[in-house]
Design a protein around this ligand. Structure first.
Ligand SMILES: Nc1ncnc2c1ncn2[C@@H]1O[C@H](COP(=O)(O)OP(=O)(O)OP(=O)(O)O)[C@@H](O)[C@H]1O
Length: 247
């Protein structure tokens, strides 16, 4: 069964066709990496999937619920770490995670308990009572990550979850995600770090210029080489362009 299914997705911004008739299926219980060059359409695709950005056309389902026809059902078991979305930064980390949990209908005591647990696991216990506006970029990312998990979703969509995050916290996040998938959850994440995606994700899709170039098990996509090499081959980078004669 597919936890996520995208079919015929299109989105343009004026003349720019950011996503072009994209089909993508994410099997349940997988750790799925979405990679692509800058401007490939990753954030646009994930934003449409999560109900943040209105698509021009296409269907987006989460756990068989249509995100745009039945958003309440589709979002019920979904956790989202969006890229660049503002948090309520006049709340402390503890308040924000707890508030998010309560918006999800959780009991206040459980919300407080889980937010403290998440802050501790993510190394933010000492900053639990600091306002988010005073957090560093990595701390803010970790609080947003915690708020994506606090209600115990079955599917999580994470746009660049490792960006700005220190190596120790990065390993903690990877451990959390591996454990989540072992217990039956599904993860979709975008990243520019090929080594990380190759080591962490069992499935990967490569997007370029709004189109899906390849999708499948990581070993199939790698095709006997490294994901980095395969990615560069697929997106057709001209290595000579990296040479600056005057430098
Ligand atoms: N709100 C917007 N208005 C106009 N153009 C946009 C908007 N959002 C995205 N785009 C354009 O759509 C294309 C896809 O952008 P998107 O952010 O989805 O790419 P991405 O793969 O997430 O890139 P990156 O890896 O750099 O984060 C880009 O050409 C971008 O300039």
């Amino acid at each position: 069964m597919d936890a996520i299914s995208i079919s015929g997705a299109c989105k343009s911004f004026g003349p720019k066709r950011a996503v072009k008739d994209l089909d993508l299926a994410v099997p349940a219980g997988t750790l799925f990496g979405l990679v692509g060059p800058n401007g490939a359409g990753k954030t646009t695709t994930l934003s449409m999937l999560c109900g943040i950005l209105q698509p021009d056309s296409g269907t987006f389902t989460v756990n068989c619920h249509d995100m745009w026809l039945d958003p309440v059902a589709a979002k019920a078991n979904l956790g989202v770490l969006p890229d660049g979305l503002r948090l309520f930064d006049r709340l402390t980390g503890q308040e924000f995670i707890s508030y998010t949990a309560q918006l999800r209908g959780m009991d206040v005591n459980l919300a407080e308990e889980r937010s403290q647990e998440l802050l501790t696991v993510l190394g933010l216990a000492d900053s639990a009572d600091t306002l988010i506006c005073d957090y560093s970029a990595g701390m803010t990312k970790k609080v947003a990550f915690a708020s994506a998990l606090v209600h115990g979703p079955t599917v999580v969509v994470l746009d660049e979850p490792f960006e700005s995050v220190d190596p120790v916290s990065g390993e903690t996040i990877r451990e959390i995600l591996r454990g989540f998938v072992r217990s039956g959850g599904t993860v979709v994440l975008s990243s520019h770090v090929m080594e990380l995606v190759e080591a962490l994700c069992d499935h990967v899709a490569v997007l370029a210029d709004g189109e899906l170039l390849i999708s499948g098990q990581t070993d199939e996509v790698r095709a006997g080489t490294s994901l980095q090499e395969r990615f560069v081959d697929l997106v057709g980078a001209d290595r000579k362009l990296g040479e600056l004669s005057w430098l």
